[in-house]
Write a protein that binds this ligand. Structure first.
Ligand SMILES: Cc1cc2nc3c(=O)[nH]c(=O)nc-3n(C[C@H](O)[C@H](O)[C@H](O)COP(=O)(O)O)c2cc1C
Length: 201
């Protein structure tokens, strides 16, 4: 795959790293992922935009054997083995109490917190924006030279009780992270063409 998009500001190599050559990982090499890399991923992706700068994404990095043992029973059967062997696993959650941070994150609008007094409105905004941030997170993992294996095949209520009890945080996506072992990568499936997915009006 060598085609490049000439009108993008990113170099063709960066385009490949983030998208064209990046694959969803199902297995990982023994190469470690450092705490510094995890911090750098967050420090990069925190700049992705959210509505009213609400930033509902919360991340739990699962690395230790003890923490893995708490997570694995809640993973879908087909996802359990690869999650067990990933160097690090991120649980991405939406904080429906994001409005508590508006004094810091949206200081020019003192009414922001009260505008989200309604639970339903707040939960919808939390999920929408945390999922956007989950997309930034996957691309951020790739920008760090790592590979991501995102999964929604898990018992969300079980993971919530195990890792988020006593909080207003809802787990949405679990992401395996590491250096990819491409022997387990599936054949690439086609993407929809511009003409199939896009209208220019
Ligand atoms: C939100 C989300 C949920 C996913 N859930 C699972 C899952 O539970 N199990 C799994 O094996 N793959 C899962 N995948 C992986 C997708 O099937 C994969 O990313 C997609 O087919 C693209 O693969 P590629 O990046 O190698 O082209 C998920 C991906 C995303 C983005």
């Amino acid at each position: 795959m060598t085609s490049t998009l000439d009108n993008l500001a990113l170099s063709p190599e960066a385009q490949d790293l983030l998208f064209r050559e990046a694959r969803t990982a199902n297995a990982f090499t023994a190469d470690p992922v450092t705490d510094e890399e995890l911090r750098e991923v967050y420090e990069l992706i925190k700049w992705g935009p959210t509505s009213m700068n609400n930033q509902p994404l919360r991340v739990v990095f699962v690395r230790s054997d003890e923490a893995k043992a708490r997570l694995l029973p809640h993973m879908g059967e087909g996802n359990r083995a690869k999650t067990g062997t990933a160097p690090v696993v991120a649980i991405l959650a939406a904080d429906t109490d994001f409005h508590e941070h508006f004094a810091k994150t949206f200081p020019h609008f003192p009414g922001a917190k009260d505008a989200f007094a309604d639970d339903t409105r707040r939960t919808e905004a939390a999920k929408l924006n945390a999922l956007l941030q989950a997309g930034y997170f996957i691309v951020g993992v790739r920008a760090a030279g790592l590979a991501a294996g995102p999964m929604t095949g898990f018992d969300a209520e079980g993971v919530r009780q195990e890792f988020f009890a006593g909080t207003e945080q809802l787990p949405l996506v679990v992401v395996n992270i590491g250096h990819p072992d491409h022997s387990a990568t599936f054949p690439r499936n086609p993407r929809l063409d511009f003409e199939e997915a896009v209208r220019v009006l």
